[in-house]
Design a protein around this ligand. Structure first.
Ligand code: ADP
Ligand code: MG
Length: 224
């Protein structure tokens, strides 16, 4: 059997006395779309940060394509695109300049920038600075930046937050589109409807995995 693209094994994370994650196992196969579902404080963001190498587990390990996961390595950064829960950006660069920066940094042609701006309904804001954007538009800019770069795994932390219903519909299309191009997705969400886009749903409660199965199985159990 091929090793999974991402393998999180026995991962715990404590902050002082607080156990944010308890012995979590999670695998994502190449091309697979996996949703993490759970209430506020259940450990979704902590797990995603550890899964993409931005934070280290207290115990346990994370492997990406069979090798230890770390964001310090170009090998990993070149293949994992992340939109975390903080919308990091440069206040003095326009929306288009953010995308141009990503294209230069990752060596991808600029000719997809216009199409991505259109898809994210940002064409009219291409020359705007982040401070002039709504939080939904800022989120859309971060998503466009992630979609511009090469990736085998896309990690998104509650990407539906701040989006209006139409933008949420487009987000579901983006998640499906990743699978069509053979890319894997791991995303945290609050929204059962969005979790339905995934092939597998993992439910977290108080830092532990309480369900892992198809959306139908897990959402029926959660009464959603
Ligand atoms: P979720 O994303 O599901 O809302 P988080 O992963 O953000 O959950 O948080 C899980 C738990 O870990 C919460 O109790 C939170 O307060 C705690 N936590 C997360 N990050 C930190 C941190 N940097 N320092 C202290 N506690 C943290
Ligand atoms: Mg969170």
């Amino acid at each position: 059997m091929r090793a999974p693209l991402l393998a999180v094994t026995g991962v715990s994370r404590t902050f002082g006395e607080r156990e944010a994650l308890r012995a979590v196992d999670l695998e994502v196969a190449a091309g697979e779309c996996v949703a993490l579902l759970g209430p506020n404080g259940s450990g979704k963001s902590t797990l995603l940060r550890i899964a993409c190498g931005r934070d280290r587990p207290t115990t346990g390990e994370v492997r990406f394509d069979g090798e230890p996961m770390t964001e310090d390595e170009v090998r990993v950064r070149a293949r994992v695109a992340v939109v975390g829960d903080a919308l990091d950006h440069y206040p003095d660069l326009t929306v288009r300049q953010h995308l141009e920066l990503v294209s230069v940094a990752h060596g991808v042609p600029r000719d997809r920038i216009d199409a991505l701006l259109r898809e994210q309904r940002l064409t009219g804001h291409a020359g705007s600075l982040p401070g002039a954007l709504s939080s939904g538009q800022l989120q859309a800019m971060m998503l466009a930046s992630a979609l511009l770069r090469p990736r085998d795994l896309l990690v998104l932390d509650e990407p539906e937050q701040r989006l209006d219903p139409r933008a949420r519909g487009r987000l579901a299309d983006v998640l499906r589109g990743e699978g069509d191009r053979g890319g894997a997705v791991l995303f945290a969400t609050h929204q059962p409807e969005l979790a339905r886009v995934a092939q597998r749903v993992i439910a977290l409660e108080d830092g532990s995995v309480v369900a892992d199965g198809t959306p139908d199985e897990v959402l029926a159990e959660a009464g959603a």
